[in-house]
Design a protein around this ligand. Structure first.
Ligand code: SF4
Length: 193
């Protein structure tokens, strides 16, 4: 769908220069999705792996973040192999709702209620990032925290449009449950993509 060089705004790698590769296609259907234009993959151009990696190499950063859409709707073996061969760390942001493919230095699992993750991806996550839309989402978050690897980082992130309402709830929750940390969409505050 698009690619761009920016700063990673969310989660464990927040603040790092990163080349984002956003793949078209998503069948999850979050009603609060902020990239609904990604959902229909046929609306976006097909590019070769060589072209994608060639563009990424024009920038000095060597962190590649594959996102979507739901990137695991595509087989990502060839793309991640080419990125790693070119010296990139490969990170993915996924709901985990389609089968895992690709070689990953970091898997950020962001489970969605609308199409749950496949059980086999949950213990492989390096980072669990749960979007909090309302107070019931804390229970949802704990369901997945109980299934991840013990070394997995745990993040709660306010849904952007509900931020004023849910951020105070998240702060209180983390103070009582300090295994969780706050993730903010910093890129939206500093006005970068
Ligand atoms: S999984 Fe991501 S891209 Fe797909 S609908 Fe949900 S927020 Fe949007």
């Amino acid at each position: 769908m698009e690619s761009f060089y920016t700063l990673q705004g969310e989660g464990f790698h927040q603040g790092r220069a990163a080349y984002f590769i956003r793949l078209g296609g998503c069948d999850v259907g979050c009603f609060w999705c902020d990239v609904k234009e990604s959902w229909d993959a046929s609306q976006h151009p097909l590019l070769s792996v060589e072209a994608i990696v060639g563009e990424a190499k024009k920038y000095p950063g060597r962190l590649a973040v594959i996102t979507g859409g739901e990137p695991l709707m595509h087989s990502l073996d060839e793309l991640t192999h080419a990125l790693q061969a070119a010296g990139f760390e490969t990170n993915i942001e996924t709901s985990g709702s389609s089968p895992l493919s690709g070689n990953w230095n970091w898997i950020c699992l962001s489970p969605k209620k609308f199409k749950a993750p496949l059980p086999e991806i949950v213990p492989l996550a390096h980072e669990l990032k749960v979007i909090i839309y309302n107070k019931h989402d804390f229970t949802w978050a704990e369901t997945y925290a109980a299934q991840v690897n013990p070394t997995c980082k745990l993040y709660l992130q306010p849904e952007w449009d509900q931020s004023d309402k849910v951020t105070p709830l998240i702060i209180d929750y983390i103070k009582s449950n300090p295994q969780w940390e706050l993730s903010l969409q910093v890129h939206k505050y500093i006005h970068v993509p």
